[in-house]
Write a protein that binds this ligand. Structure first.
Ligand SMILES: Cc1ncc(COP(=O)(O)O)c(C=O)c1O
Length: 391
């Protein structure tokens, strides 16, 4: 057998479906409502801060676990918002996006054979993250319409091999915001089985209808067993900057920092400086961000419902999961391909968010982190989509 092949690990997962949809979209000149990145400008103040840092020659490696001003800003803001004291030097590690923060955390805490509980539908990176770190994933399904989990099913997923559970709130792709009662149920299991909560909170500020984000680290007894993951990408509309971080208990920080160091050395130094400025924006910035996204959510909900999608209204994040059964296609992939090629709108097939359940085959996801003109153009193109009944 030739050795000129990929590793066993690399053959266990496929190319990202989301990024493939973006490429298909570019090929067909479609409106891209698949990959979650804004098509509007980032705030001027933070772009100026980034240019300023480059001009001021902040152009060499930052401290590997993150420039002090950014680490201190992360610690300060978390403490200010949630009342949990965070020590930047002992708990904050800046990474190349929350993607690398998640990977470094998993590689730092997982041994082969360890189990990790993952809710599905899940953000598609968590599957490959589990494989690359050697974890055995145990999936627990969030059930529509409110994306709730069955507490018995969750309890049955934990055992003495459980090392961690991955939580994502506000959630991609469902828009679910975990309630305090749900987080307490998860926390009880983490304490019982001595497991770590890895909490991806990248949509922390994108939350609607007056709901509050609750970090699981603030639940009783969880500060010492939670790694909170976040980043600049979504809150400041700078997905291309690749700056994220972990907030970990001091007992785990050393392992995360070592893995991070040898994976990437560090995130872009001038963009970390600008990140510290971003975290200092006034509270009104965050209130407006949520207001603007809530309006876009309502615009896209109206568009999709007029075009006969069944929508699950999100409470947070910037995606809408839809049911496509009424269109009469074989499955989500066939529908998503048709939609991008023949209608000119890119979505993400629901099955890419599921591993064990077939529930994704009746769904596609759209994102609404887009300008009004983009959403209006999608509306226009969707006129071509006819319900199966009328075909
Ligand atoms: C839940 C979730 N986590 C992480 C990321 C990636 O974030 P970053 O740009 O910080 O790597 C995304 C991007 O879509 C996401 O939806």
């Amino acid at each position: 057998m030739s050795k000129l092949t990929g590793s066993k690990k690399a053959t266990q997962f496929t190319e990202s479906v989301i990024r493939e949809m973006t490429r298909l979209n570019d090929l067909h000149g479609g409106v891209n409502l698949s990959q979650g990145f804004p098509d509007f400008p980032a705030p001027a103040a933070i772009k100026d801060a980034a240019c300023g840092a480059i001009s001021a020659d902040v152009n060499q490696y930052a401290v590997t676990w993150g420039a002090r001003p950014l680490r201190e800003a992360v610690a300060r803001e978390f403490t200010r918002r949630y009342g949990l004291p965070i020590v930047a030097d002992e708990q904050v590690t800046v990474c190349c996006g929350s993607t690398e923060a998640m990977m470094s955390t998993m590689l730092a805490i997982i041994d082969p054979g360890d189990e990790v509980v993952v809710f599905e539908p899940f953000y598609e990176n968590y599957g490959p993250d589990a494989i690359l770190s050697g974890a055995t994933p145990r999936y627990v399904t969030l059930h529509e319409p409110r994306w709730t989990f069955d507490p018995d099913e969750l309890a049955a997923a934990f055992n003495e091999k459980t090392k961690a559970i991955i939580i994502n709130t506000p959630n991609n792709p469902t828009g679910k915001v975990f309630t305090r009662a749900e987080l307490e149920a998860i926390a009880t299991l983490c304490r019982k089985w001595d497991a770590i909560a890895i909490s991806d909170e990248i949509y922390e500020h994108i939350i609607y209808d007056g709901l509050q984000h609750i970090p699981i680290a603030t639940i009783d007894g969880m500060a010492e067993r939670t790694v909170t993951i976040n980043g600049l990408s979504k809150t400041y509309s700078v997905t291309g900057w690749r700056v994220g971080w972990t907030i970990s208990p001091p007992s785990l920080t050393g392992a995360i920092r070592k893995v991070h160091d040898f994976l990437t050395v560090g995130a872009a130094a001038p963009l970390q400086e600008a990140g510290a400025v971003a975290l200092g924006l006034p509270d009104e910035y965050y209130a407006k961000l949520a207001r603007d996204y809530q309006r876009r959510r309502d615009v896209l909900l109206d568009i999709l419902e007029r075009h006969h999608f069944t929508c699950y209204k999100p409470d947070g994040a910037y995606y809408i999961m839809t049911d496509i059964r009424s269109f009469g296609f074989r499955d989500d992939v066939e529908f998503a391909r048709y939609l991008v090629k023949d209608v000119g709108v890119a979505s993400v097939p629901g099955s890419s968010f599921y591993k064990t359940s077939t529930e994704g085959r009746t769904k596609v996801r759209f994102c609404f982190c887009k300008r009004d003109e983009t959403l209006t153009e999608a509306d226009r193109r969707l006129e071509k989509l006819v319900e199966v009944q009328s075909r």
